[in-house]
Design a protein around this ligand. Structure first.
Ligand SMILES: [Zn+2]
Length: 456
């Protein structure tokens, strides 16, 4: 090795310290929170739940700030505050400055919400937006940048995806559930089984216009007359999704019905399916759906696919909250110990029940997805209780957003919250820093790789 003069050595040492500070060196000069947070920024994140769509999927829009706001979770708070955030025609027809006159007050009234803060957080990460709140002036500036980026969304998405720290996103395409073509540079396929469950109770009669599952089956030359035929076609879709790399199945039915799935015998379901759907009572339709979801769980188990289930809070501005109570799933967890259930959203507001289910059942995994955006503070308290109760290899994270700015914000926000909880536990003597690093790696990456058997 060549001898190094002292000046070169000092320069290299200073440079190395500078770089390691940026990338998260374990210098004692940094507070414990910062050390964990820096470590989190080095993780290539496995995002276990997203709804990423191209801007065209929202309509023929040139995206500016208020379009993003209307497509974001924040829109529900804006509507709740008294302004209709879903008025895309208005957003498209007025200038950014005029739109502040429409939405400024509702935006200001929402400054305390987590939907608001995580939305801001995305712009801080990707646009260098350093203000705490939106104003007429800073939105105008931001809007011009958004418009510029969206002129070439592909390049913008690629840049933002990398800068955010994602390795892969699981995508639940509820708006086109049978599509199996995804760009595997960014996305992993989720098999959305909702329509298959729902349509088991809505068999068309001869001469009906075929929709959704039944049209797909007809196009594939698959005749459906009996429940056996229907399930055989569902299995065809299972295999098609698996061939396309599906990592799990997903049930989001709490948006439309109770999560209680009764254990209906096959003979009863087959007899119900054989009758015209129009003659079935709502209870009988539910029985068919219940049977089909039980069947889905058995198939998923056979194919080694975990079962993701929406529990708890429902996005938007009005639904039957009680449908999402996670305790309604208890019978499934008991009946299928070989299945792996990934339950979502901290089941807010049933966060304690959610945690208890993860503690009681080895096959129930707890996903923090979207919980920090619903309530930052509830996530802090819930994660603390989860760490008291549940081995941390069972805790996962996801974003649950439609556009990259919001996903970036949800990751930043999620890391902030997780690291705050871990730093608090270190300070209270409940955790070592080494274990905290392990937990943060587990939540944002390693646990998902193991649960979903990802070859990464
Ligand atoms: Zn979702």
């Amino acid at each position: 090795m060549k001898k190094m003069n002292i000046r070169t050595f000092v320069i290299l040492l200073v440079a190395a310290c500078g770089i390691s500070a940026l990338t998260g060196c374990k210098s004692e000069n940094y507070p414990v929170y910062t050390r964990i947070r820096n470590h989190a920024d080095e993780i290539r994140v496995i995002n276990t739940h997203e709804h990423q769509r191209l801007p065209e999927a929202y309509g023929d829009y040139h995206f500016r700030f208020y379009h993003l706001m209307a497509a974001s979770y924040l829109s529900a708070d804006i509507t709740s505050a008294g302004a209709d955030a879903g008025n895309w025609e208005l957003i498209d027809s007025l200038g950014t400055d005029q739109l502040w006159d429409v939405y400024g007050e509702a935006l200001n009234h929402s400054r305390g919400t987590s939907y608001y803060s995580h939305f801001v957080r995305g712009f801080r990460k990707l646009y260098g937006f350093n203000d705490l709140y939106f104003t007429r002036k800073n939105i105008s500036r931001l809007s011009k940048e958004i418009e510029e980026n969206y002129k070439d969304y592909g390049s913008w998405f690629d840049k933002a995806f990398r800068e955010s720290g994602f390795e892969i996103m699981f995508v639940d395409q509820f708006w086109k559930p049978f599509n199996t073509e995804l760009d595997d540079r960014y996305f992993a396929l989720v098999f959305q089984v909702g329509p298959l469950i729902t349509e088991s109770g809505r068999k068309p009669e001869k001469g009906d216009h075929l929709k959704s599952v039944y049209r797909l089956a007809a196009e594939a030359g698959h005749e459906i007359a009996t429940l056996d035929d229907y399930l055989a076609f569902c299995d065809t879709l299972f295999r098609r999704n698996i061939r396309s790399g599906a990592v799990c199945i997903k049930n989001a039915q709490a948006y439309e019905r109770s999560l209680y799935y009764e254990d209906v015998p096959f003979d009863e379901a087959r007899a119900l399916y054989s009758r015209p759907s129009v003659s079935l009572t709502p209870q009988e339709i539910k029985k068919l759906e219940d049977y089909t979801f039980h069947w889905m769980i058995r198939q998923a188990t056979g194919y080694n696919l975990p079962v993701q289930i929406h529990t708890g809070y429902l996005a938007g501005n009005g639904n039957v909250l009680e449908n999402g109570d996670p305790l309604k799933l208890n019978n499934l967890f008991l009946k299928y110990p070989g299945a792996k259930f990934d339950i979502f959203h901290g089941a807010f507001p049933w966060t304690d029940e959610f945690t208890a289910l993860g503690k009681m059942f080895p096959n129930v995994y707890l996903n923090l997805v979207w919980l920090p955006q619903i309530s930052r503070e509830k996530t802090v308290s819930t994660l603390d209780v989860m760490l008291d109760c549940v081995p941390y290899n069972k805790i996962l994270w996801g974003g649950d957003c439609g556009l990259i700015e919001e996903s970036a914000g949800s990751l930043e926000f999620g890391k902030d919250v997780v690291c705050e909880v871990l730093a608090g536990r270190i300070k209270r003597g409940l955790l070592t820093e080494e274990a905290a690093f392990d937990i943060v790696e587990g939540i944002f990456r390693d646990n998902a790789i193991i649960l979903f058997r990802l070859s990464i």
